[in-house]
Design a binder for this molecule. Structure first.
Ligand SMILES: [Zn+2]
Length: 286
C-alpha cells in the first residue's frame, strides 16, 4: 500500500471514529412535554460567622449553607440558574473539593458539567443561562455556559465587568456571550408564564429571583440571596455587604407580597432544610 493510500485509510478510520464517538459519549435528552426542574448538589458553605448577616450564633437554627444549582427544562428550551461555588476546573477526578470562602469553607462533592452531560444536557445544549447574582457562590461555572444566551440586568452586568480583572476570572467568557438585557420588572423566559425571572435588586445591583409554575409541585419562588436564612424574613436585618440596603428591603417586601398573592412556595437557596426536602438530579421535580 503506498503512502497516499495509508493516509486515506487512516484518515477514513479517524473520520469514522470521530463520527462514532459523540453517540457513545453524549446522550441527547428527549424534548419534554411539560416543565421540569433538576436540582444539583453544588456543595456547602460551612463555618460562616452569623455576624456577616447581623445575627448572633444563637439567633440562627443553622448557620451553614447549601449551594444548589438548577436546570429548568421547558418544552421550548432550557435555562441554567446558578452554577455553584467550586469551579469544575478545581476537581481532580471525582474527589470532593474544599476551598476557603469568607473565612469559612466551601465544598462541593462533584463537578457540575459531567452531571449535565450524563443527563443529555451538555452546556452546548443549554438555551439560556442566568444567575440570581454574580457572587462567587453562584457563578463558579459561569464560563462553561458562555455559548448560551445570558439573561442579565444591565446594572448587574456593568458591576461584573467593573470588578477587578482577577475577580472576573469565573465569568470572563460571558463578556462575548449573546446577551439579553432584562427589564426592571418580570421577564417571562418562554412566554407562557411558567418560568419568570423577577427583578429583586439590592443584594447586588441586578439581583433577581426565579418563579416557576411546575405541573405537579405548583408555584415555587427560588429566591437567590434575597434571604440567606429563614430568620431574616421579617427581621429587617440585611447583610452589611448589600449593594443597596433600602433596595433589598423593598425587594423583600415586594416578594413577600408576591408570595402571598401567588401562593408560591419560597425556596431560600442556601437553606439546608428546604434543599434536604427536594429530589436531586438525576431525578427531577415536576
Ligand atoms: Zn449566596
Amino acid at each position: 500500500m503506498n503512502h497516499w493510500k495509508i493516509c486515506t485509510w487512516s484518515g477514513a478510520f479517524v473520520g469514522l471514529a470521530l463520527l462514532a464517538v459523540p453517540s457513545f459519549a453524549q446522550k441527547k435528552a428527549e424534548p419534554v412535554k411539560s416543565l421540569r426542574l433538576y436540582v444539583f448538589d453544588c456543595g456547602t458553605i460551612k463555618g460562616l460567622d452569623p455576624a456577616l448577616f447581623q445575627f448572633k450564633k444563637e439567633d440562627l437554627k443553622d448557620a451553614d449553607m447549601v449551594v444548589p444549582c438548577y436546570l429548568v427544562v421547558h418544552p421550548k428550551g432550557t435555562l441554567m440558574w446558578d452554577v455553584g461555588v467550586i469551579p469544575d476546573s478545581a476537581f481532580k477526578g471525582h474527589t470532593p473539593v474544599t476551598q476557603p470562602l469568607l473565612m469559612a469553607k466551601a465544598s462541593s462533592p462533584k463537578p457540575l458539567v459531567p452531571q449535565l452531560v450524563a443527563l443529555g444536557y451538555p452546556p452546548a445544549a443549554i438555551t439560556y443561562v442566568s444567575f440570581s447574582h454574580f457572587h462567587g457562590d453562584h457563578i463558579a461555572n459561569a464560563n462553561a455556559f458562555a455559548g448560551s444566551t445570558w439573561l442579565v440586568h444591565p446594572a448587574e452586568r456593568q458591576a461584573m465587568f467593573a470588578a477587578k480583572p482577577e475577580d472576573q476570572v469565573l465569568y470572563a467568557r460571558l463578556k462575548n456571550s449573546k446577551t439579553v438585557s432584562l427589564p426592571e420588572t418580570d421577564f417571562d423566559v418562554f412566554g407562557d408564564g411558567t418560568v419568570v425571572i423577577k427583578y429583586a435588586p439590592g443584594h447586588t445591583p441586578g439581583h433577581q429571583v426565579l418563579f416557576l409554575k411546575l405541573p405537579k409541585t405548583g408555584s415555587v419562588l427560588i429566591a437567590g440571596d434575597l434571604w440567606h436564612y429563614p430568620e431574616e424574613r421579617g427581621s429587617g436585618k440585611v447583610p452589611p455587604i448589600e449593594s443597596n440596603k433600602e433596595q433589598t428591603l423593598a425587594s423583600r417586601a415586594a416578594m413577600e407580597a408576591f408570595l402571598k398573592e401567588s401562593g408560591a412556595q419560597l425556596w431560600i437557596e442556601h437553606n439546608p432544610e428546604t434543599f434536604g426536602g427536594l429530589k436531586k438530579a438525576p431525578a427531577y421535580i415536576e
